[in-house]
Design a protein around this ligand. Structure first.
Ligand code: ZN
Ligand code: ZN
Length: 235
């Protein structure tokens, strides 16, 4: 019994050594949340870089430099313009591959046609290097992110979930008291509701959700009170 207990203690200590840390930035006129995930190994992934202005790019670079981080992957939850404005900058600055779901490729490719109308005439295209499969594990440092497929806001939308850290980067699927809009190309309201319930709400209640816009929440709070998908939802 003593032996078993001591093993448990060692495992717990071990898991706290490599705890993931998350830095968020709010970038561009869409007030998009960009996340840098890193652990004690100093390896990092950058999720949905929305940096567009020079000052935004500098803020991201400065943080990475100050914390002595080595970015190893660039991930997109989905490829709407507000989440990918900094893709080309991040990919070229750190020489890292862009990972997306294959069904986001048409969304990504359509951006140059409308970027100018949205006020981003200097948008730079950036090609993906790897298509993430549903359920694929993404590793950096000692951290493992599971990928959950939650389409509906966009056709290939992914959520990145660290089970060990009880946190999920949910993009524009589920917000604090709301859900993603579904009136953009490739969007579908019923699909979004269904996948939130089937895939996101399968996570433990205490899991923190960090969305693409606005403040964070938890799975438990949204299950309880979200007006679109929670217990009191009328749809
Ligand atoms: Zn979006
Ligand atoms: Zn967004």
């Amino acid at each position: 019994m003593l032996k078993i207990n001591s093993i448990v203690v060692i495992l717990k200590q071990h898991s706290t050594i490599y705890i993931m840390q998350i830095k968020s930035f709010t970038f561009n006129p869409f007030m998009e949340n960009t996340y840098v995930l890193y652990d004690d190994t100093k390896e990092a992934v950058i999720v949905d870089p929305g940096c567009h202005e020079k000052a935004e790019k500098s803020a991201l670079m400065q943080f990475i430099k100050n914390h002595d981080l080595t970015p190893v992957k660039l991930l997109n939850t989905h490829c709407h313009i507000d989440h990918v404005l900094g893709n080309a900058f991040v990919k070229s600055t750190y020489d890292i591959p862009l990972w997306i779901h294959e069904e986001e490729l048409p969304i990504l490719k359509s951006i140059p046609a409308y970027a100018g109308n949205y006020g981003f005439p200097n948008y730079q295209e950036c090609q993906p290097d790897h298509f993430i499969r549903e359920g694929e594990s993404i590793k950096f440092g000692n951290t493992i992110l599971k990928t959950l497929f939650v389409p509906g806001h966009s056709p290939g939308h992914l959520v990145f979930y660290s089970e060990a850290d009880s946190v999920a980067i949910v993009g524009d699927t589920l917000f604090d008291g709301s859900i993603g809009r579904t009136d953009l190309p490739g969007g579908d309201h019923e699909t979004l509701i269904r996948y939130i319930k089937e895939n996101l709400f399968a996570l433990p209640d205490e899991v923190a959700i960090l969305p693409g816009h606005g403040p964070g929440s938890t799975i438990g709070k949204e299950k309880e009170s979200n007006p679109f998908v929670g217990k009191l939802a009328r749809y």
